[in-house]
Design a protein around this ligand. Structure first.
Ligand SMILES: *[C@@H]1O[C@H](CO)[C@@H](O)[C@H](O)[C@H]1NC(C)=O
Ligand SMILES: *[C@@H]1O[C@H](CO)[C@@H](O)[C@H](O)[C@H]1NC(C)=O
Ligand SMILES: *[C@@H]1O[C@H](CO)[C@@H](O)[C@H](O)[C@H]1NC(C)=O
Ligand SMILES: *[C@@H]1O[C@H](CO)[C@@H](O)[C@H](O)[C@H]1NC(C)=O
Ligand SMILES: *[C@@H]1O[C@H](CO)[C@@H](O)[C@H](O)[C@H]1NC(C)=O
Length: 450
């Protein structure tokens, strides 16, 4: 425990706090904040940021020269403020058209900054921010973006509220809030109201087919369903993104990663009604560092292999995380009948606090509660999984559960320095293990019987 605490949760706190403090002071002026948002570019926030350093630095220079020389600059940096395109930001006027117009201008300009200013509540219907854009683009959200909660506004595209589609070299930041106003959708969900048919609700914020993307310093809350989805994207950095919705909000995953390669998610606080982070098919090189998770269902790979599909996930590192009061801690879940693989996965330096299933591999996952899970001759192969430095408490007596398939046992599973206790005093936690090729290094509690 001391090791973990020392290296992750405290050493850089002072630096980050001082950054946050000066950032929030300066946010009132979007121009200055363009500059300030450059500051957290330490080694921590990923390769993608490096690509952007020049861009941001250049913006900085441009902005400073704009300020200094009263609007004359030798560089072309277009500042596109949604209020100049008719947005009211009063919380009840529909600002959708203003955002669309402003996006068109920003996207077709040279390097540009799209600004949604502070002290505004922008009411928005679904919007597709389509690329490719002419150049690098920065989206600064200082104010609040609020979703329309009229279900009829989502007729054309029921799956998305805000979507960035095919945009490259995109930076989204600003410290503002994106609010999906999900209540109406949750009430209509079949998980809340059994008489209702099960239908998907929109994802609040989607990045689809994006390359070289940075999303940092944002709040996303009360999503209709998934909060943020990265889909079919490459080279993504997510830093300081806080996500929250009630524990009983249905299917409200925090960050969903699908068919996306090279994504680093760090220093984010996520508490929702479903997975904090879910990583599904086609994702490779996914890194999640310093994630605070809970309430919710934990950090999950899968589900994979639903409907007999062939799906792959590889190269996942979850390093440095605090998971509290969740249903699961770190989990890999696959459906019987699927194929493909989940491999090269590391869960390291994780603190669990009162988590119902801290470590779980479930190769017999079935979501449909009505039908019992059918036995099957195929499964998604799970191999090369490391659980290292995982400590804390389990809310159930089963702290470790490896439920693998008989025909495709889990291979090369390593547990190293694990110490999980049952929250109930005086009772030891258990490990349940089926069809798993497992080895131990160092101090491991609990261990499987056999
Ligand atoms: C976009 O940013 C990159 C990285 O800083 C830079 O190399 C490139 O010149 C920029 N593109 C344009 C069109 O300004
Ligand atoms: C996210 O939460 C952390 C920790 O509570 C806080 O320091 C940070 O300012 C928050 N960021 C945003 C964008 O709200
Ligand atoms: C992603 O980033 C890597 C390393 O920075 C770079 O080599 C690669 O070309 C990038 N891929 C795309 C599709 O931009
Ligand atoms: C971890 O994330 C939290 C919440 O965003 C932040 O306050 C803290 O400074 C981060 N720690 C490190 C070591 O980056
Ligand atoms: C996990 O984080 C620790 C502490 O920052 C670092 O030493 C280690 O190299 C990281 N592990 C991986 C696999 O990135």
């Amino acid at each position: 425990m001391p090791l973990l605490r020392h290296s992750f949760f405290f050493s850089f706190t002072i630096i980050i706090i001082s950054f946050v403090a000066c950032n929030s002071n300066l946010q009132k002026d979007p121009l200055i904040a363009t500059y300030v948002d450059n500051s957290p570019s330490n080694d921590d926030d990923g390769g993608g940021t490096l690509l952007f350093k020049n861009l941001i630095k250049e913006n900085t220079n441009n902005v400073l020269s704009l300020n200094k020389f009263g609007g004359t600059s030798s560089h072309k940096l277009e500042i596109v403020n949604v209020n100049d395109y008719g947005a009211k930001g009063d919380g009840y006027t529909d600002d959708t058209q203003a955002f669309k117009k402003a996006w068109e201008v920003a996207c077709s300009s040279g390097e540009s900054v799209f600004v949604a200013p502070q002290d505004n509540n922008f009411l928005l219907k679904p919007i597709r921010f389509s690329g490719p854009c002419k150049s690098n683009i920065t989206v600064q959200i200082f104010g609040n973006l609020e979703a329309s909660d009229k279900l009829s506004d989502y007729k054309k595209d029921k799956s998305h509220w805000l979507i960035f589609d095919s945009v490259q070299k995109l930076l989204v930041n600003g410290g503002g809030t994106i609010n999906g106003k999900g209540n109406i959708w949750w009430e209509n969900s079949c998980k809340r109201n059994k008489k209702r048919p099960c239908k998907d609700a929109p994802t609040a914020l989607t990045f689809y087919n994006c390359k070289d993307l940075i999303v940092q310093n944002l709040k996303i809350e009360n999503a209709q369903q998934i909060h943020v989805s990265f889909q079919d994207s490459i080279n993504v950095t997510v830093f300081g993104v806080n996500i929250s919705s009630p524990e009983d909000s249905p299917n409200t995953d925090g960050i969903h990663v699908t068919n996306t390669q090279n994504i680093k998610i760090s220093s984010s606080v996520i508490g929702t009604g479903d997975d904090c982070i879910s990583i599904v098919h086609g994702s490779r090189n996914v890194e999640a560092t310093n994630i605070t998770c809970g309430p919710g269902h934990g950090i999950s790979i899968g589900s994979l292999g639903a409907g007999k599909s062939k799906e792959f996930v590889s190269g996942v590192i979850v390093n440095g995380s605090k998971i509290s009061g969740t249903k699961n801690g770190v989990r890999i879940k696959t459906w019987p009948g699927g194929s493909g693989s989940a491999s090269n996965i590391k869960f390291q330096n994780i603190e669990m606090d009162n988590v119902a299933n801290p470590i779980i591999i479930d190769q017999n996952y079935c979501d449909k509660k009505k039908k019992p899970c059918k036995k099957s001759n195929s499964a998604v192969q799970i191999s090369d999984v490391l659980f290292e430095n995982i400590i804390g408490t389990s809310a159930s007596d089963v702290a470790v559960n490896f439920d693998c398939s008989k025909k495709f046992p889990c291979k090369d599973i390593v547990m190293k320095n694990i110490d999980l206790e049952y929250e109930e005093e005086g009772e030891a936690a258990k490990a349940l293990c089926n069809n798993v090729d497992l080895s131990y290094t160092g101090h491991v509690i609990p261990r499987c019987y056999s």
